[in-house]
Ligand binder design. Structure first.
Ligand code: SF4
Length: 471
């Protein structure tokens, strides 16, 4: 199954794609099914959160997201303030999507289950709805597998709206014009065969899946949302919510950039932009998964830096204007998204499955690939940049203090953005030939994640989460 890059970059709200965006989508699908089949006959809903959702769901805003999802809210358009009001009890009742049933929040029970069950993914949600006589009318289970993707267990359930393409080798056919690749080596071979760049190949596949220009239109919207997020982070001040009293720094950092020719200008620019996005994410505001919310700052920060600091190095003869910037951003995001889909299919982008290497490591690889693409790199150099981005994040654990996506997440995105630029610079200085392939790096990340103890996989039971006092 191939995933569209459109799904890799979805506009939603913070602080977590797996704990906020995915649960909202899953709850909305459950509520729609409920509304279709049992409109007006629901008196109570029970929602059980397991695994990482149970361990860090409070800090990651899961209950508010689920309640909003039951109302039919969508991450792209929901009002973040309404989600906060649902979470903090300011709202007393919800009206299920379809409008036929209003339930007091006392009749919507969200339980953080600490008992261990062997589900196929650690981010598991079970939902049950009951009629006034106490009989169960609907039960569903879904998994929030990272990046806002959800997968339902029950036959009647639905997966998310990810566009999928059937595998030719499985006896099915691809849409006309689709060039299949199941791994990075195949991707390089397909680019060589078609004599095109990674972005061009991904663009062709997107056109085959969803129509000419559809992905590009979405990616322009994504770039604008990323840009707006950086701008919002540069203006907001104060302290982030959640109780850790983490001060916002991006606004001050954006005022303290080194001079244009200073040695720190690159890092200052990357740091300010990445921290701006992740502070907005931590505040529960509008962000873009790239590929997740926790790692949302790296891709936009590198794009921001490319336009602010490196325009002369980019693969264009045009002056900087809105149209040229959007065209380059789309090219960047196509290449980055192509690498992200490979990682998701062959390993995971979920911190609960592979630790932070799956989130920040993936984002670093994607940003390195995108930057190399718009610097005019060959497909081999793009693959090399992505490989460096993953290789030097291998083993990175997920240990958010207080279960909040703040420490170490916010700074980690700044460091990841700097690393992505360096990965691209290293790859562009080479021929594309290198010892460790991207496929090997992805597989190594997968195996390392499987070996990693659960306490380092978004449970806040180990690492910084137990060594840093919360007050
Ligand atoms: S430590 Fe990494 S994986 Fe864990 S919540 Fe933070 S950004 Fe996500």
């Amino acid at each position: 199954m191939a995933i569209s890059v459109v799904e890799m970059f979805s506009i939603g709200i913070g602080p977590s794609s797996s704990h906020t965006v995915g649960p909202m989508l899953g709850a909305a699908l459950f509520a729609r099914e409920l509304s279709d089949q049992h409109a007006g006959s629901v008196a109570r809903i029970e929602i059980d959160l397991f695994g990482s959702l149970s361990a860090t769901g409070r800090g990651h805003g899961t209950p508010g997201a689920i309640l909003a999802g039951l109302e039919g809210a969508e991450p792209k358009t929901v009002d973040p303030a309404h989600v906060r009001a649902l979470a903090d009890g300011s709202c007393q009742a919800i009206t299920l999507v379809g409008g036929t049933t209003t339930l007091p929040l006392d009749d919507v029970a969200v339980t953080f289950r600490t008992d261990r069950k062997e589900f196929r993914h650690p981010n598991t949600v079970e939902l049950r709805a009951f009629a006034p006589d106490g009989s169960e009318v609907l039960e569903r289970r879904f998994f929030s597998v990272g990046g806002g993707f959800v997968e339902f267990d029950n036959p009647a359930g639905s997966s998310n709206s990810a566009t999928s393409v059937e595998d030719t080798e499985g006896g099915h056919s691809h849409p006309a014009g689709f060039r299949s690749y199941g791994c990075a080596d195949d991707l390089l071979a397909a680019c060589e065969d078609a004599e095109c760049t990674v972005a061009e190949l991904v663009s062709g596949n997107e056109a085959a899946i969803s129509g000419e220009g559809i992905a590009e239109k979405h990616l322009v919207e994504v770039w604008h949302a990323m840009r707006d997020c950086i701008a919002a982070g540069f203006t907001e001040r104060g302290t982030l919510p959640g109780g850790l009293d983490v001060p916002r720094r991006a606004a001050a950092l954006s005022q303290q950039l080194g001079s244009v020719d200073s040695v720190t200008r690159t890092m200052d620019t990357l740091n300010a932009a990445a921290i701006a996005v992740n502070e907005e994410n931590a505040a529960g505001h509008r962000v873009v998964t790239a590929p997740t919310n926790g790692a949302a700052g790296i891709v936009p920060a590198v794009l921001h830096w490319a336009f602010e600091c490196a325009w002369k190095l980019l693969d264009t003869d045009e002056e900087r204007d809105e149209d040229t910037e959007s065209a380059l951003a789309v090219r960047f995001l196509l290449a980055a998204g192509g690498i992200g889909t490979l990682i998701k299919e062959r390993a995971s982008i979920s911190g609960a499955e592979l630790g932070c290497q799956g989130e920040v490591g993936s984002a670093c690889a994607m940003a390195a690939a995108g930057l190399t693409e718009i610097m005019g790199g060959t497909p081999a150099q793009v693959e090399n940049a992505a490989e460096i981005g993953i290789e030097h994040n291998l083993g990175l654990t997920c240990d958010p203090v207080g279960g909040l996506v703040q420490i170490p997440c916010i700074e980690r995105n700044a460091v990841g953005a700097v690393k992505a630029v360096n990965a691209s610079v290293l790859a562009l200085k080479g021929s594309g030939e290198h010892r460790v392939s991207l496929d090997t790096a992805i597989e190594t990340m997968r195996q390392t994640g499987l070996d990693m103890m659960d306490k380092y996989k978004e449970t806040s039971l180990g690492g910084l989460a137990v060594n840093v006092p919360e007050c």
